[in-house]
Every structure is written in C-alpha cells, then in structure tokens.
Design a binder for this molecule. Structure first.
Ligand code: HEM
Length: 539
C-alpha cells in the first residue's frame, strides 16, 4: 500500500514537472537532472522519516508548536511556563509536545491523561531528568528528589516516610514544632501595629521548625545562630540555581562549557553545605555517644539527625544507609520542606485578606474549636474543617509546584494514543487542571465551600487526578504528613492570635513568580493586631 502511495506521488511529480525537462541546452539539462535527483533523494528521506513510525506500528508523536530550528520552543516559553503551557493546551489539546533546545517535552493537562502517567504506567514514568545544578548539589543526584527509580531511591524514601515522618515520630517531636511556633507568635506580638512581611516571617518560622526537627538545639548560641543565618542564605541560593533555566540542561553537548556558570556556582554552594553537614553530624555524634564507644545513649533526644545516625549505627539494620545518603536526605528535607510550606502560608493569608468574610469564618471556627483563652495546639487541627477548606482552595488557585517536578519516560510508550519516546520529559500541568472550567464551577472564584461538600474526595493523597497540589503516584511529595501539619499549625496560630489588615493606602497584588515554586511576585505586607485579651497567651 505504501509503495502504491510512493508510485503515485512519483507519477504526479513527473507529470507536473514535464515542463522542467524541456531545457534549451545540454548544460541546463545536466543542472536540472542533478537538482531533480537531489529533490528526489530528499523526498525519499522525508518519506522514510515520516512513515517510519507507521511502518514500525508506532503511534505518532503528539501534536505541538513548531518552534525554531535548534532552540525549539525555548524562546517562547517566557517566565511563566505554567501560563504559556496552559495557553498551548487550548490550541493543541490536553497532550502536546514541544522541543526545549534538544529536549523533547510532553505536557499533559487532563485528569485521564495524568492518570495514565502516574497510575496506569507509573513505573515507566517514575524517573526524573535532573538539571545539572540538582545533580551537583545532591551528591550526583542520590537524594530522593532526583534519584532514578531504584533501590537507592526506595531506601531513602522508606527512611523518610516510615522512620522519620511516621505519625508516631511526628507526634514525638511536636514539642520542637510548638517551640518554634510560639517563638514566632511572641515575635509578631512585639511588632503589633507595624507592617510585617508575611512570607519572610513564615519562611523563618518554617526554616526554624525544620532546623529544630533535624538537629534540635544544635543551633543555639551566637556562633550557631550566625551559622544558621548563613545556612538559610545558602539554601535560598540553591533554590535559585536549581530553578534557573540553564543552557547546559537544554543542550547537553554544551554542558562542559558551563556557559551560565550555574555548575560553578552550585559547586561552591555544595562545598559549603557539605562541610556544614559534616560539622553538624560531628557535633551530634560527640553529644550522642558516650566516651566514644559508638553506642547511642541519649534516647530522650528525638530529632531526626539522631534517628538517622541511630539507624546507620544499628548492626542488624534492614536499611543500610550511607553517610552521603544521610546528607542528601537532610538537604531534601531543608530545601523541600521550607519554601513550599511558607509559600502556601503567604498565599492563604493573601486570599484571606482579600476575602475578609472568609477570614472571619476561620477565626470564628478557631474561637469555637480552640477557645479565646487558649493557644492553638496541633491536636486542634483535625477539627478546623473550614480552615482546611480554605487551604485546599488556595492550593487549587495557587498550586505551589504548578508543573510538579517533571517525570522522565524510562521506556518508549504510548500516552493518550500518542508516542512518548524514552527520555522525554513529561510535565503534568496542575495549574491548568486546577482551573479547568470543565472540571470546576467558576474556576477563578475563591470558594472554600467547594471543598466542604464531600471531604472524602478532596485530600492530598493524589488519588483524585483533578486536584494534585502534592503530585501523585510513586514520585508524589514524600513530606505530606509534615507539610500538612506545619502549614495548618502556623496558619491557625497566626489567625487565632492576631487580626490582620493591609497597611493603609496599599493594595493586594496577586501576580506570580515561578521558579519551580510559584510565589507571590510582591511580598505580602500586613499589619497584625492583638486578638486575644489574655496577654499570657503571647508569652
Ligand atoms: C506545603 C508543603 C509542600 C508542598 C506543596 C510540596 C509539594 C511537592 C510536590 C508537588 C512534589 C512533586 C511531586 C510529583 O512530582 O508528583 C514534591 C516532591 C517532594 N517533596 Fe514536597 N511539598 C511540600 C512539603 C514537603 C516537605 C515538608 C518535605 C520533606 C520533609 C518534602 C519533601 C519532598 C520530596 C523528598 C520530594 C521528592 C519525591 C520523589 O521524587 O520521590 N516536601 N513536593
């Protein structure tokens, strides 16, 4: 059948081109013959290329924009890929492809297609394509986030989810979280009536919570607190380098030139952070062991570094974790657990200031559940249903990781009837899913009530493919239990202890800035006012 098509095509070409052969002299004829042969060769190559997939019985690649030679669609993605990807889905449909430099990418934005990738073919897509900065900072990509699916990833994920973030373990270290939240409340109290930067306050709180969970009181004293400040700075720089579009990632053959200097900068950060981890582990081992006999004696210490080192020391361990893996895990914890949580806290506060009626309802619920003569405790959180709905609605409109962390196809496969070759980066456009008018009534309206009706279908487990703030499948967020507690606890405490208003003459700005994490472009500045009459509740 294909040879018939070829035969017909050639006959048409010959008929149409009859005039071409009526040349005036021999030289003209020779030139025309050469040109015609060249055109025929090109046509045959094109034919072989275009029909290769059909011949192999393979589905075609998804449709998508052409882009430019070499760079593909790279120049058109802009600074808000979640928006440009959503616009492209309106043109090409819920699955399309585009080239970013030398990388073939496929973008999905329908619950059914997302399900195909994260549920039906989860194993094929349980891989990542780490950027160079990610590899450099995580000891060659051996952490949870960038590891390929396999024994190393499984071990670290198991340690994090089962050993460190289990409910029992999180309950045990509640005093550490409480200590930091109370510190923030005291600090905000001293600033009553003056404008404060909510994102910064929240980041500091979450950062201190994470530090405290990881290595407890190791950061006390003047020297340690200056180390802590430097550490925070380094973590912010790491996030910046990993999020930076890097020529070396889009054109791997140029990687050795490190044209933007990302690798060099990240190596410097890596050296600092590695030394920092070494010194903190060293201090902890000295504190935890008794006269160097190598056994852990201080059972009352519940921070995670202690647990990790204990796990490493246990001889009969089923989880033989190396020191480098421990350091990579610590890094995931700090980078994955701080900015994400503080960013959602800032968006929730912004939405509530924009909707004072919603804030009032949240505060009434807090008065009811917690009482005006008590402080919020984590045990109150499961009863704060309206606040929970407000947080979920905020996640819908402002998903903190709107394109998730791209998956990478480990084998060539078919999604939605289209071919997805091995090595393709797959973006799941959660931002588009969360605002799709076919899935949500009045999707741009902020309406927490939509999450109150049937609470069983709205959670963070990733089983409902139209709502995925923490991702889904094997590679979904490993920190949901902690992230969930931390954001709710901080929000409940800030809203129970204070009233919040914008400084006079200022307006809310909801523009976004995406660097893996979708942040507010302009910081939210608001003024706290005392809400509880008992001053002891601020001590
Ligand atoms: C509000 C807070 C948080 C949000 C919104 C969030 C969101 C996400 C998202 C969307 C992903 C990608 C999932 C995917 O590709 O399907 C992710 C991955 C991850 N998150 Fe979180 N996260 C949060 C808090 C945390 C915390 C507290 C930790 C650690 C303690 C953490 C550790 C991780 C890790 C290790 C991964 C990589 C998982 C893997 O590749 O297997 N996250 N997170």
């Amino acid at each position: 059948m294909i040879s018939n098509v070829l035969y017909m095509t050639l006959s048409i070409i010959c008929n149409q081109w009859a005039w071409w052969w009526e040349g005036s002299n021999n030289e003209d004829k020779l030139a025309r013959t050469v040109l015609t042969v060249l055109i025929l060769i090109l046509a045959i190559f094109w034919y072989r290329w275009a029909f290769r997939k059909v011949r192999n019985g393979m589905a075609p690649l998804p449709p998508g924009p052409m882009g430019l030679p070499l760079v593909g669609y790279l120049p058109f993605v802009g600074t808000s890929p979640h928006l440009s990807f959503t616009e492209l889905s309106h043109v090409y449909g819920p699955i399309y492809k585009l080239w970013l430099g030398k990388k073939l990418c496929v973008v999905l934005s329908s619950p059914l297609l997302v399900k195909e990738v994260v549920r039906d073919q989860d194993l094929n897509f349980a891989y990542r394509d780490p950027p160079i900065a990610g590899l450099t900072i995580t000891y060659g990509g051996i952490d949870i986030l960038w590891s390929p699916y396999g024994p190393g990833w499984r071990l670290l994920r198991k340690v994090l989810v089962r050993e460190i973030l289990s409910n029992t373990c999180l309950d045990n270290c509640y005093p550490l979280r409480r200590h930091e939240i109370r510190k923030t409340i005291r600090d905000v109290y001293t600033k009553i009536g003056t404008p404060i930067d909510i994102g910064k306050t929240s980041f500091l709180t979450e950062f201190n919570v994470v530090m405290n969970l990881l290595w407890g009181s190791m950061f006390e004293g003047e020297k340690s607190s200056s180390d802590g400040a430097k550490f925070r700075e380094v973590v912010s720089e790491i996030l910046e380098q990993v999020a930076k579009p890097n020529v070396s990632d889009f054109f791997p053959m140029l990687a050795r030139f490190d044209l933007l200097g990302v690798e060099k900068k990240t190596k410097k950060l890596f050296l600092w952070i590695d030394q920092f981890f070494d010194s903190i582990i060293d201090q902890r081992r000295k504190k935890d062991t008794v006269e160097g006999d190598g056994t852990f004696k201080s059972e009352e210490r519940k921070d995670f570094l202690h647990l990790l080192l204990k796990l490493k020391e246990q001889e009969d361990t089923t989880t033989p974790i190396t020191m480098t893996q421990i350091k990579a895990l610590l890094l995931d914890f700090v980078v994955g657990g701080t900015d994400t949580t503080s960013t959602i806290v800032e968006w929730v506060m912004a939405e509530m200031i924009r909707h004072p009626g919603v804030m009032k309802k949240v505060q009434e619920e807090l008065a009811d559940v917690v009482g005006m003569n008590n402080i919020v405790e984590e045990s109150n959180l499961p009863n704060l249903h309206y606040l929970d709905a407000v947080v979920k609605e905020t996640f819908r409109l402002h998903p903190v990781v709107p394109l998730l962390i791209p998956r990478c196809a480990n084998v060539s496969c078919t999604v939605g009837g289209y071919s997805v070759p091995k090595g393709t980066q797959v973006f799941l456009n959660v931002w588009a899913l969360h605002r799709d008018p076919q899935l949500w009534d009045n999707p741009s309206e902020f309406k927490p009530e939509r999450f109150l009706n049937d609470t069983s279908i709205w959670d963070y487990t990733g089983n409902n493919f139209q709502y995925l703030p923490f991702g889904s499948g094997r590679r979904m967020c490993a920190g949901v239990p902690l992230g969930g507690r931390m954001m709710m606890y901080e929000l409940a405490s800030l809203l129970h202890s204070f009233e919040w208003q914008l400084p006079r003459g200022t307006e809310l700005d909801f523009s976004e800035n995406l660097k893996i994490i979708l942040k507010k472009k302009t910081p939210l500045i608001a003024i706290p006012f005392q809400r509880l009459s008992n001053l002891e509740l601020y001590a």
